[in-house]
Design a protein around this ligand. Sequence first.
Ligand SMILES: Cc1cc2nc3c(=O)[nH]c(=O)nc-3n(C[C@H](O)[C@H](O)[C@H](O)COP(=O)(O)OP(=O)(O)OC[C@H]3O[C@@H](n4cnc5c(N)ncnc54)[C@H](O)[C@@H]3O)c2cc1C
Length: 400
Amino acid sequence: MNVRSNEPFWLVQNGLLHNYPSLHQDLHCDVLIIGSGITGSLMAHACMKEGFQTVLIDKREIANGSTSATTSMLQYELDIPLHKLIEQIGEEAAVASYKGCRDAIPQLQQVVDEVKSCCGFEWKKSLYFCAQSKDLTDLRKEYETRKHYGFEVEWLEEDQLKSDYNIVSLGAILSADGASIDAFKLAHDILYYNAQRGLQIFDKTESIKITYQKDKIFLKTQTGHAITTGKIIYCTGYETQHFLPEKIVKLKSTYACVSEVQHTLSEALKGTLFWNTSKPYLYLRATDEGRILIGGEDEDFKNASKRDLLLDRKESKIKKKFHEIMPHTFYHADFMWAGTFGETKDSLPYIGEHIKFPNSYFVLGFGGNGIAFSVIGMKLIIDLIKKEPNPLSHYFRFGR
Ligand SMILES: Cc1cc2nc3c(=O)[nH]c(=O)nc-3n(C[C@H](O)[C@H](O)[C@H](O)COP(=O)(O)OP(=O)(O)OC[C@H]3O[C@@H](n4cnc5c(N)ncnc54)[C@H](O)[C@@H]3O)c2cc1C
């Protein structure tokens, strides 16, 4: 499955950052990580910190899966609003999940600092604004709920949205605690940092057969070699659905475009992540060099060619919607791409062990908070390996 179309902006912007070999020998290790996206790289960082002898493989070039296509908005706000998630999974689980994502953002900043990454990590506010008058009551309820549970939020009325943000909307929740990065660059920086410290990385190395024994796992690669490992951590993104026995995620196609560089973007636009109450929602932010990055227009995923054929039509729609929201802001698209992402029934990730895969762990952060979930996965999986309690493991488990 091709998880993205050609030319995601980050690949063009960064080029080939670091090169790694494919596997040409048999290997032994404590922990094998499959997948080199933002999830696999963060997991590798956590394993190296624990002193595990760690190997990471990927069937593609490094971070060339969804991580090269992501728009990298870091928000604690999940795809299901808090007040609705409370109705769906209960107060404790919903609030803990929201707080887990909020805490993940400074934890990611700590990793950025540790590996001295120039991935443009920047703290931003997040503006969740009303798309249609019928959404206003629910949006206000969401504001009250978040305030009640201690999130730092402010309600903005129509006139303030016009004067401060130059956007047309009836009301919005302004939240603290958002951020943005270049996830492709960060994944590379994390891996490069750890490669200098003994992490073994092999790209273009696909896992084709895995045999589980009591204390050991044997993995065969398409390069004809074997890796014997004590544990596997699957960071295989949306393609994981192909080898799991149960359906846990509904795949969607999503579209993103980035404008030409503009030197006149307002400070409000540069410092804020925007998303609205439409279904599917439209979202946008500025990149650190002054481009406007917009995404949305999601639809059910059929196949990669159908997804990519719609690129031009989706670009026109995204542009039209942008001009309805920000009629006074110039926008001319420079790059446009499509990607695949997934929705779970409760917008939460699947992080943990699976009964059918002994000595194995999964970090599957689907949806609009995929990156925050990957950060949560770092500690959660290490806690599971070390048999230490982690409150989120119950909410993110398989079979919930
Ligand atoms: C357009 C778009 C916008 C998005 N916007 C946001 C956003 O604003 N904020 C946010 O938090 N999230 C966002 N997401 C989601 C986010 O991008 C993902 O959650 C994240 O990139 C997933 O990273 P990953 O490392 O788990 O998966 P991937 O980056 O897909 O990495 C999985 C890797 O596993 C490898 N692999 C799979 N099978 C095998 C095998 N058998 N052998 C070897 N290797 C294998 C693949 O080659 C791949 O490189 C967006 C996604 C898209 C597509």
